[in-house]
Design a protein around this ligand. Structure first.
Ligand SMILES: [Zn+2]
Length: 198
């Protein structure tokens, strides 16, 4: 998806919204949502700023992050000085879905093409197996958020549903992440529900 109209959403704020901190205790430290920060520089005005990035997202405790992935707002940051430039942050991180006992490492999409295709995939997969060898999880590697959405998050249909939730948030003047797959039934009437059949 390359919807350039999608506004970046600060990760820290999305983390606050809908976060199930009460469930985090169920998971070992290394399987809890974790953030870091990267330094970015604006190619237009040369300003530098720090933006939050995810090291690991636990989909169970941070459902708003999955919304950010579907809507294309995650790992995007707007230059705070000139507000003219939206930076797609190059960053490697892990998406953990406890319900499916699945961890997916999300890498840069150009890496696959530039680095030798399948060979790179298997090498990265091997490293990931080692990283989580003590955990009861399946692991996989994807190159780019598009592949994550297509392979694990329901593809275009899920993206469309997330965009309808975004439109509803705008209509209700709510901050991004307030309406998610896990609570959308509270915000939609039956006739415009994004999931299920009428
Ligand atoms: Zn700038």
């Amino acid at each position: 998806m390359s919807d350039t109209n999608v506004q970046p959403a600060p990760l820290e704020m999305m983390h606050e919204i809908g976060s199930r901190a009460d469930l985090a205790e169920e998971f070992p430290e290394h399987l809890r949502t974790k953030f870091s920060e990267v330094e970015l520089m604006c190619p237009k005005c040369r300003s530098e700023w720090g933006a939050g990035v995810a090291m690991l997202i636990n989909a169970k405790t941070d459902p708003a992050a999955t919304e950010g992935i579907l809507r294309g707002s995650m790992h995007r940051s707007r230059c705070p000085a000139c507000k003219n430039y939206v930076h797609d942050i190059m960053h490697i991180w892990d998406y953990y879905d406890p319900d499916n006992e699945q961890i997916v490492q999300v890498r840069m999409d150009w890496e696959y093409k530039a680095g030798g295709g399948e060979e790179v995939y298997f090498k990265r997969l091997e490293d990931l197996v080692m990283k989580y060898q003590e955990d009861e999880v399946k692991v996989d590697v994807v190159f780019g958020m598009q592949e994550l959405r297509d392979k694990y998050l329901g593809g275009q249909e899920a993206v469309d549903a997330a965009m309808r939730r975004r439109d509803k948030e705008i209509e209700l003047k709510l901050y991004p992440g307030n309406i998610r797959a896990d609570n959308e039934s509270e915000f939609f009437d039956d006739e415009d529900a994004t999931t299920g059949t009428a």
